[in-house]
Design a protein around this ligand. Structure first.
Ligand code: SF4
Length: 372
């Protein structure tokens, strides 16, 4: 089967020789080099990239596409930082909020018992500390002991742990004891300090982001990783970002999924930059799937790109559609995404996946299948 596949590429005379060489490596299950990743971005035609990405997807996940029943809590949008791409914080949003603990618990109470995960992330509030979040996690766990708590991006963690003057390990242990189960992938943006200086100068550095995730992984706390693309970065920056993640994954293996996040240009300081095309978005999924050979899952985050494009991404290496969300996130609606009230029923999710000729699998937060 694989040799037939390889032959297909070799026979396609339109494919330049260096790309054929990369195709042979991918089909043979070999890792590609950073310069080969850049070449895929620069020279790879979309159909060619899709075939390679799909080869990797099938090898890792057969025909399964995962989803979860989940909801978000965004505690506040009052932020000490002022990232230039951000449309969510109080600096740019038309709304400013700071939920009380009781309001957040009410959101937890309002979810039905089949919901498996809460995703908690928001802005870096100047007055909130690790003790506040520890109390919040404890209260959520006592209400719903079965709920997986994925909470606090590395950017939020860095702020509250530094404020408490303790080590990352001590901080994570403290939160883990209160109910923290895993860490979301936000705040990674692009691992390049010059770019960060331009777009998010005051937030956690690349090094800090990676150190927090690696500390968590050493403790058995898994996480995800994101990449914000389509602003002022180039392909070299994207591949550098993914190389650092791939190396980290080789060391500790704690990342579950990679989540490319498309820059949206409404209501922020980078509004003059055009958004990427659909071709660029699909190319980005495909190259990520090919390059990150040690990441088990690639997520098409539908509240960001919309349901139709998330469905399309299933033909470009994506095997995870995130979750039902239940209209509980505003991060991308505030940035102009088409999903202004992101909500998906389980049957809609399943039919969207089936329509793409994939097998829908409901999962828990650690990708254990819960049934079809
Ligand atoms: S991206 Fe996060 S850290 Fe940056 S301003 Fe927005 S909410 Fe704050």
């Amino acid at each position: 089967m694989e040799s037939v596949f390889t032959e297909q590429f070799m026979l396609q005379s339109r494919v330049p020789a260096p790309l054929k060489h990369i195709a042979c490596k991918v089909v043979a299950g070999e890792r590609i080099l950073p310069e080969e990743g850049i070449l895929l971005y620069e020279k790879g035609e979309l159909g060619f990239l899709a075939m390679l990405a799909e080869h990797v997807r099938v090898r890792l996940n057969a025909n399964d596409v995962f989803f979860i029943r989940n909801f978000h809590i965004e505690p506040t949008n009052i932020c000490v930082n002022k990232c230039r791409f951000c449309s969510y914080s109080h600096h740019f949003s038309p709304r400013k909020w700071d939920l009380t603990v009781e309001e957040m618990l009410e959101t937890v109470r309002s979810q039905d018992e089949n919901v498996k995960e809460v995703h908690i992330t928001g802005a870096v509030h100047p007055e909130k500390d690790i003790y506040y979040y520890e109390g919040l996690l404890r209260k959520i766990k006592s209400l719903r002991p079965d709920l997986h708590i994925k909470a606090l991006s590395a950017v939020e963690l860095e702020y509250i742990i530094k404020k408490a003057r303790i080590s990352y390990e001590q901080g994570l242990k403290f939160l883990q004891a209160a109910g923290l189960d895993s860490i979301p992938g936000g705040g990674a943006e692009i691992f390049d300090e010059k770019i960060r200086q331009e777009i998010c100068a005051t937030k956690a550095s690349s090094e800090n982001w990676l150190e927090i995730h690696e500390t968590a992984h050493r403790m058995g706390i898994t996480s995800n990783a994101t990449m914000l693309y389509g602003h002022i970065e180039n392909y070299g920056h994207r591949i550098k970002h993914m190389s650092l993640l791939r190396d980290s994954q080789d060391r500790y293996g704690g990342f579950n999924a990679f989540i490319p996040l498309k820059f949206r240009n409404s209501n922020n300081e980078l509004s003059g930059i055009s958004e990427t095309t659909v071709i660029e978005d699909m190319k980005n999924y495909a190259v990520a799937r090919i390059f990150l050979d040690n990441f088990p899952h690639l997520k098409g985050y539908w509240p960001m790109i919309g349901k139709p494009l998330a469905q399309l991404s299933l033909s470009f290496g994506v095997d995870d559609m995130d979750g039902t969300i239940n209209d509980t996130t505003r991060i991308y609606s505030l940035a102009g995404a088409s999903e202004q009230n992101p909500w998906m029923t389980v049957s809609e999710m399943k039919s969207l996946i089936l329509d793409a000729k994939r097998n829908p699998v409901e999962r828990d937060s650690l990708y254990k299948a819960l049934g079809n």
